[in-house]
Design a protein around this ligand. Structure first.
Ligand code: NDP
Length: 400
């Protein structure tokens, strides 16, 4: 019996709200609050029609801490699930601290004025959360999120040491649009146009954006795809937690179609991905925010997207003195997701683990005081819920 307050009513939130409604034995009260209340109301109407469950809706500006505090005091949730944007993370954490409520999110803090994300700002809340006797669970999406849990699962069950970790995110779906991003375009383009970075022998090695490429043959009929090395936030926490256990290298890869890269290159070259203000006809505009207004809303891609995603971890290490190579992944079908929750697989693969993370915290299955990353807890109960709530996983031993 738990009360959840979900903040943000975009693509990921849409899925998480459906999943909370499905988990009626745990989430007995659901409140959805966002900047645009009409989006919350539209989602609440969908949930009423589909599950006959009432969802409370509220308006909130998540950059305004006193407003958040007032809302949390009114709703009295057991857990706040932050599904707004990474810019709001610290404000929502501040409000949770003031009200003594547990916090869960899916993406680490990013200052609006620089395309740079890292955990230092959120890890800095460690002592304050601990002293207040509450917990913050960071990065409970797919990547970060499930990829951290997969790694913890591999470590717990299949390896004595993990030496190399490659997290590989493939979207083999097609939305039929000339150019669109699968989640918030501003966040997505900031991430993709940043320098790549991977960790080797205790050091970070920086690469030019999308300059390191390999080909991988994906399972389940997806076939070969180009994968590009990028920095991704789970590398920071996983290297911190696995380095003492023998990790030598960790990398993150993502697939991009040639068409996506061609458009991105042109947009970059003409300055449309800039995040500094530019004067236009007497107004300051930020080109990337203007571009976001022109691009298709990721939520509108739901009914159009066909094909599959495949996200997983390839791990090499040792077990009982022998070399072992292992691959664990999930394949998700865009059209099946749309049929179930009116959303494509990118939002689905994030919204499901967001709900499960909130469930782990709300039920006390994962318990602690302070700020935590996903790999710090027992992966088993989370893995069980993944299968139950629509993200089954497959393990392959490439070398036993
Ligand atoms: P959307 O842009 O679709 O939704 C964001 C929502 O947050 C919108 O409803 C928006 O309101 C609301 N919002 C933004 N600013 C505020 C504010 N100041 N106050 C209140 N509400 C606000 O994003 P997504 O659903 O695609 O992504 C949600 C989160 O999930 C992001 O942090 C993203 O980085 C993360 N993510 C994580 C992944 C993972 O695997 N870990 C993968 C994909 C996404 P409005 O409608 O008014 O604009």
């Amino acid at each position: 019996m738990a009360r959840i307050l979900i903040i943000g009513a975009g693509g990921v939130s849409g899925v998480a709200v459906h999943k909370c409604a499905q988990a009626a034995d745990v989430f007995t009260d659901i409140c959805l609050a966002s900047r645009t209340k009409s989006k919350c109301d539209a989602l609440a109407a969908q949930i009423k029609a589909k599950y006959n469950r009432d969802i409370r809706t509220e308006q909130v500006d998540a950059d305004n801490v006193p407003q958040l505090v007032e809302l949390i005091r009114k709703v009295r949730p057991d857990v706040v699930l932050n599904l707004a944007l990474p810019y709001q993370d610290l404000h929502i954490m501040d409000a949770c601290l003031e009200t003594g409520v547990n916090y869960v999110d899916t993406a680490n803090y990013e200052p609006p004025e620089v395309a740079h994300f890292e955990y230092k700002w959120q890890w800095a809340y460690q002592d304050r959360f601990r002293e207040k006797g509450i917990m913050a669970l960071l990065g409970s999406g797919f990547d970060p999120g499930v990829t951290n849990v997969y790694t913890a699962w591999a470590m717990k069950n299949h390896f004595d040491t993990i030496e190399t970790l490659d997290i590989i995110d493939a979207n083999a779906g097609d939305h039929g649009q000339p150019f669109a991003t699968n989640f918030n375009p501003e966040i997505n383009i900031r991430e993709v146009t940043s320098k790549g970075r991977y960790w080797e022998n205790g050091k970070w090695i920086e690469t030019e954006p999308l300059s390191v490429k390999e080909t991988m043959d994906f399972p389940d009929g997806i076939g070969p795809k180009n994968i590009y090395l990028m920095f991704h936030e789970e590398l920071e926490s996983l290297t911190k937690h696995l380095a003492p256990k023998g990790l030598k290298r960790a990398r993150f890869w993502m697939t991009f179609s040639d068409n996506y890269l061609k458009h991105l290159e042109v947009l970059e070259n003409v300055g449309m991905t800039r995040i500094d203000p530019v004067m236009y006809q007497g107004h300051e505009i930020i080109p990337l925010q203007f571009l976001k207004a022109l691009l298709p809303d990721p939520a509108s891609l739901g009914p159009l997207t066909k094909g599959k995603t495949c996200i997983g971890c390839r791990i090499k290490g040792t077990k009982d003195g022998r070399e072992r190579e292992y691959y664990i992944y999930n394949v998700c079908n865009h059209e099946d997701c749309y049929k179930e929750v009116n959303s494509q697989a990118i939002s689905y693969t994030t919204g499901v683990p967001a709900m499960i993370g909130a469930m782990m915290v709300a039920t006390g299955t994962w318990k602690g005081c302070g700020v935590f990353n996903m790999e710090e807890f027992d992966p088993a109960p989370f893995m069980e819920k993944l299968t139950q709530y629509g993200l089954p996983w497959t393990e392959v031993f490439l070398k036993k």
